[in-house]
Design a protein. Structure first.
Length: 318
């Protein structure tokens, strides 16, 4: 069975990080988002199809000669085709029921249970659904007896049909892909789902966690979620608090790390305090306190050097 992973977005809300690293290759707890998603696919999936536009060369380089446990097919788009156009563009590699994933989501969906419901209901499409207080920046559905009766993409605040949002994970029959006009920019959420709601479209609500890691705040949150409760690291050069992940190549001297800290490869820190933060590869730092920030990659936190700090509010300091 194939899984299509949509990894073509520009990652605008994570700039400037995504100027140099495409969003799908940004690490979550030191593993690129897209690789983490491929590795987490149940064994029923033997192939991951990556629908790529922005960041094509980086993606090809990353997956060349790397064994991630599944066959990887990279399907490029010359121009961004939107979420629907991108999945239509992959149709030649799809042999039957296909799973489609937004590439920036971390969640606790049990895909095998979702597939069981999809088969039981003889659904044309099944969408994983998550309940949320403010659904306005997501796709929203009206659900009755697991049937999706209506779909609204990013409705205006106050007009949402419910608090159940599209969690960006779908099981689709091939006929839905065939319904999408080829080689055109099509949004599955705006152009297709509203039309087929009420006609073979089902919802699969799930509990646990759901994070769309597309903003600085949610990127940090997704990192800490991936640490789980067993992310406890140890290092002779640091006092460690709470859940942390420290890459084996990191050099620390007299540091206090955590709670909630991810330190990437080749980082060198001396007399630093790091909490609720992600330090990307190659960062060097001396005598600084870093809190609620994403730092790096390859930058120096010493005095008079350029810094990139992204606070959870999205505020960027150079
Ligand atoms: N290949 C390709 N081409 N991928 C694309 C394109 C494109 O033109 N446009 C977007 N994508 C990918 C993004 O990289 C991302 O993985 C996914 O499609 C969804 O795009 P986002 O830009 O992250 O959309 P969103 O977060 O605003 O909304 C979507 O996700 C929500 C859940 O997180 C929608 O599906 C909502 O309905 C949903 O609630
Ligand atoms: Mg998103």
């Amino acid at each position: 069975m194939e899984a299509i992973i949509l990894v073509g977005g520009f990652g605008t809300r994570l700039r400037p990080l995504t100027y140099t690293i495409p969003k799908p290759l940004l690490p979550l707890a030191n593993i690129p988002m897209v690789e983490r998603m491929v590795r987490n696919l149940p064994t029923i999936f033997d192939t991951a199809i990556l629908a790529v536009n922005y960041g094509l060369e980086e993606m090809k380089n990353y997956f060349e000669n790397r064994n991630v446990g599944k066959k990887i097919i990279i399907v490029p788009e010359e121009e961004p085709l939107g979420t629907g156009g991108a999945m239509r563009n992959c149709i030649n590699h799809v042999t039957g029921t296909v799973a489609v994933f937004n590439g920036d989501v971390v969640n606790s969906i049990n895909l095998e249970e979702m597939l069981e419901q999809h088969i039981n209901k003889k659904a044309k499409g099944t969408l994983a659904l998550w309940e949320i207080d403010d659904p306005s920046r997501f796709g929203v559905v009206e659900l009755k007896n697991n049937k999706i009766l209506q779909f609204q993409e990013k409705p205006e605040k106050g007009t949402e049909l419910s608090n159940l949002i599209n969690a960006g994970t779908y099981l689709l029959e091939r006929e839905i892909l065939e319904m999408i006009p080829p080689n055109q920019k099509i949004s599955i959420e705006r152009d297709i789902y509203p039309k087929i709601a009420g006609n073979g479209l089902y919802g699969f609500p799930f509990k646990g966690h759901f994070i769309d890691s597309g903003t600085p705040k949610s990127y940090l949150e997704a990192n800490f979620k991936c640490l789980g409760n067993d992310g406890t690291a140890s290092h002779p050069g640091a006092s460690i608090r709470g859940s942390c992940l420290i890459h084996k190549s990191v050099r620390l001297i007299d540091c206090i790390i955590g709670p909630n800290a991810v330190i990437g490869p080749d980082v060198k820190l001396e007399k630093c305090v790091i909490r609720n933060s992600v330090i990307l590869s190659g960062v060097e730092g001396y005598g600084c306190v870093v809190e609620d920030s994403i730092i790096g990659p390859e930058i120096s936190l010493k005095e008079d050097k350029k810094q990139i700090l992204i606070s959870p509010e999205g505020e960027i300091t150079f």
